[in-house]
Write a protein that binds this ligand. Structure first.
Ligand code: SF4
Length: 456
């Protein structure tokens, strides 16, 4: 019996790799190890009996092979291949780890990723390097958790933003109220975890732009967290929010790592994407953070409007010249909730941009990677690091090996254990976060209690 793949989200996601909109009619029929795919009346049949497909766990076999069959049929139908082959998920490294089980060598795993999931040789080799970088830093442990704190304010809204983020200038009163409750949520959550014997592995304050807060609020927020001696990141993503005073506040509260994000080193593009700072301000903020001795991460975006490969390469090389401890390169994604979500097409130069990064990592190693839906040219986001400067929070959060306790509007907690992950999402609306604070905090801790107290 044939099914319409539109009824299966994961199969439909494979079709979306090839078609942004207007997918053809695709039907699939499964008979044992034989998969028949009908695309607009053109029928192809695929069988996957070779031993190397055994790397797919039995419980996932039919679904994953169905995706591969639809992918193979679409490659034949369109004459195109994708950098990540039939993969549509967020975390390809997890599949690489799966390939490494049963005694396979890293070289075997590289070949398996290509043969089984059809990913390109370049991407398979990157996964191998990432797994090597993560060695000894991935912390498979139920004893630890990461703390994530969300500050939902920025100066302006970037055109690609899908986060909870409001303009700080219009929200002064609200932000003061928000920070008070956020401090309470942080303290209560940390106490809750510590009373269950859990230890804090790392802290990440994101958003939004935490440094968009006034000094007094930033100081109060960091006082509530009150930790020292562990990896502690505070995003300072908008260079126009970074001041010497705020850097000193962060330093005095134990922050070890900040993100100062140019996204591009083109003033023209910065205006087009809705950011309220200049390239010069980025360099000033970078210098300010560097003079306080923080580890620094810089984000760049590949595939921004009207940028050619050469524009991106100029930005990338400019950042490499600064030698920040980490560089994160994002391929532009037209996410739901962003201003660009309904715009047509994609920047076709993005593939050349990311290929340049992979071929020119200089003194950096790739150390984590993830993918998103509707990402330009079906590419990826990749984090690079100087040796031994890898961000543990990024690794353990992305690989889902350590629980994340998340505070603030829209923040999502993930409790990892017993081979399953339980999620709890805080309400996204900042007004509701404030007005329904007590009830929602109670519900969150009930959820935590259901997981942690049962597993003791
Ligand atoms: S800086 Fe980040 S959070 Fe703020 S508007 Fe831009 S993308 Fe959104």
């Amino acid at each position: 019996m044939f099914i319409d793949i539109k009824t299966n989200t994961e199969l439909n996601d494979v079709a979306k790799l090839f078609y942004f909109s207007d997918c053809p009619n695709i039907l699939l029929s499964v008979d044992g190890e034989s998969f028949a795919v009908n695309i607009n009346g053109k029928l192809t049949t695929h069988t996957y009996a070779d031993d190397f497909y055994n790397v797919i766990p039995l419980a996932h076999r039919v679904q994953r092979l169905s995706k591969i069959a639809v992918y193979d049929a679409l490659c034949a139908y369109t004459g195109r291949k994708m950098p990540w082959g039939a993969l549509t998920g967020v975390r390809p490294t997890k599949l690489f780890y799966e390939c490494l089980r049963d005694g396979n060598s890293p070289q075997d795993a590289i070949l398996l990723m290509q043969k089984v999931y059809r990913i390109s040789a370049e991407r398979a080799a990157v996964l191998e390097k990432i797994v090597r970088s993560q060695h000894g830093k991935i912390h498979f442990s139920d004893d630890y958790y990461n703390l994530y704190v969300h500050v939902p304010y920025c100066t302006t809204r970037c055109c690609y933003c899908s986060f909870v983020s409001l303009p700080i200038a219009k929200c002064k009163e609200q932000s003061e109220q928000y920070v008070k409750l956020l401090c309470d949520e942080i303290k209560q959550s940390m106490n809750f975890l510590s009373s269950r014997g859990k230890k804090l592995l790392s802290v990440y304050i994101g958003g939004g732009t935490p440094t968009a807060l006034a000094e007094k609020e930033l100081d109060a927020l960091l006082s509530a967290i009150n930790v020292n001696g562990i990896e502690y990141t505070c995003e300072a993503g908008r260079p126009d929010t970074v001041t010497k005073e705020k850097c000193e506040i962060m330093k005095s509260h134990g922050v070890t790592r900040v993100c100062v994000n140019p996204q591009t080193l083109s003033n023209e593009t910065l205006v087009k994407i809705g950011r309220s700072h200049t390239v010069k301000q980025f360099y000033g903020a970078y210098e300010c953070a560097a003079s306080c001795g923080f580890d620094i991460n810089c984000d760049l975006i590949a595939g921004l409007e009207d940028e050619q490969a050469d524009d991106f390469i100029k930005s990338y090389n400019g950042i490499i010249d600064l030698s920040p401890h980490n560089i994160t390169v994002h391929s532009l994604s037209k996410k739901n909730g962003s201003a660009i979500r309904y715009t047509d097409g994609e920047n076709a130069g993005t593939a050349a941009m990311l290929n340049y990064v992979l071929a020119n990592m200089n003194k950096y190693n790739p150390y984590y990677l993830y993918r998103q839906k509707r990402q330009a040219c079906n590419l990826e986001n990749i984090g690079l690091s100087l040796p031994n400067k890898e961000c543990i929070n990024n690794i353990t959060t992305m690989e889902e090996t350590v629980s994340v306790v998340a505070c603030g509007a829209g923040a999502i907690s993930k409790l990892v254990g017993d081979n399953k992950i339980v999620r709890h999402a805080n309400v996204r609306d900042v007004g509701l976060y404030i007005s329904e604070y007590n009830d929602r905090l109670k519900a969150k801790h009930e959820c935590f209690s259901n997981v942690l107290d049962k597993s003791v």
